[in-house]
Design a binder for this molecule. Structure first.
Ligand SMILES: *[C@@H]1O[C@H](CO)[C@@H](O)[C@H](O)[C@H]1NC(C)=O
Ligand SMILES: *[C@@H]1O[C@H](CO)[C@@H](O)[C@H](O)[C@H]1NC(C)=O
Ligand SMILES: *[C@@H]1O[C@H](CO)[C@@H](O)[C@H](O)[C@H]1NC(C)=O
Ligand SMILES: *[C@@H]1O[C@H](CO)[C@@H](O)[C@H](O)[C@H]1NC(C)=O
Ligand SMILES: *[C@@H]1O[C@H](CO)[C@@H](O)[C@H](O)[C@H]1NC(C)=O
Ligand SMILES: *[C@@H]1O[C@H](CO)[C@@H](O)[C@H](O)[C@H]1NC(C)=O
Length: 187
């Protein structure tokens, strides 16, 4: 035990579960890395398809969320929710796009990995009973925003153009997530 602890400090990055749940810095770095990887994958999908102006849509991202200050547990919960929603969107019918399935599969691997690590960290916070977020509408606002996205895709019959617009929108959401990782800290 003492030995493995020394090894952990010596190598800075130690991927044992205890180290993971203890260090906010490691969790933050991992989340940032994974968000960047997801963005890169999304950009690799062919998204240069030109759309008509009338296909554009304001999905009304709940802007006030960007100005909020979150505690660590709250930030983790918000990131978790957004990733789940993105996951659900890309599980829908994108056959019109001709997107490379391998890239989508890699995106799913990245998202699942991230969600798993968030859940481990969240479990720890809940276990320590250091979590409360009563009557907060943040998650509900986000759910409604993603519902609008899904309704749009359905209304446009999952067309190639609609997917291109969603792809751009989700890329922005990943930038928002990247910002949120700033709240993953111990103080
Ligand atoms: C929700 O929580 C965030 C972060 O703690 C806070 O900034 C915001 O004001 C809360 N919103 C409501 C409606 O309570
Ligand atoms: C609970 O979380 C808050 C905000 O993340 C932190 O400031 C506080 O020190 C934590 N308390 C305990 C007992 O861990
Ligand atoms: C997916 O959408 C295409 C048209 O874009 C359609 O031909 C196909 O039947 C749909 N597949 C499913 C499983 O709904
Ligand atoms: C992606 O775009 C390139 C260049 O426009 C094209 O050659 C390729 O066939 C496209 N791939 C798919 C899967 O649509
Ligand atoms: C799909 O993407 C993978 C990984 O980037 C690549 O190796 C493969 O050649 C691509 N397939 C097609 C049909 O473009
Ligand atoms: C991320 O944070 C920067 C700096 O606070 C801000 O300018 C930018 O608009 C934010 N982006 C998103 C998508 O929240």
């Amino acid at each position: 035990m003492a030995q493995s602890y020394i090894l952990c400090t010596a190598f800075l990055f130690c991927f044992s579960t205890t180290a993971l749940s203890m260090s906010s810095n490691v969790l933050r770095l991992q989340q940032r890395h994974s968000i960047s990887a997801s963005q890169t994958l999304l950009r690799q999908l062919n998204g240069t398809f030109q759309c008509h102006l009338e296909d554009r849509m304001d999905f009304k991202f709940p802007e006030e969320i960007k100005l909020q200050k979150f505690q660590k547990g709250q930030a983790l919960l918000v990131i978790h929710e957004v990733l789940q929603q993105i996951f659900d969107i890309f599980r829908r019918n994108f056959s019109s796009t001709g997107w490379n399935e391998t890239i989508i599969k890699n995106l799913f691997v990245e998202l699942s990995w991230q969600v798993d690590h968030l859940e481990t960290a969240l479990e720890k916070i809940i276990e320590e009973k250091n979590f409360s977020w009563e009557k907060n509408t943040t998650l509900l606002d986000l759910k409604q925003y993603y519902l609008r996205i899904v309704q749009y895709l359905k209304a446009k019959s999952y067309s190639r153009c609609a997917w291109t617009i969603i792809q751009v929108q989700i890329l922005k959401d990943f930038s928002f997530l990247y910002n949120l990782t700033g709240f993953i800290s111990d103080n």
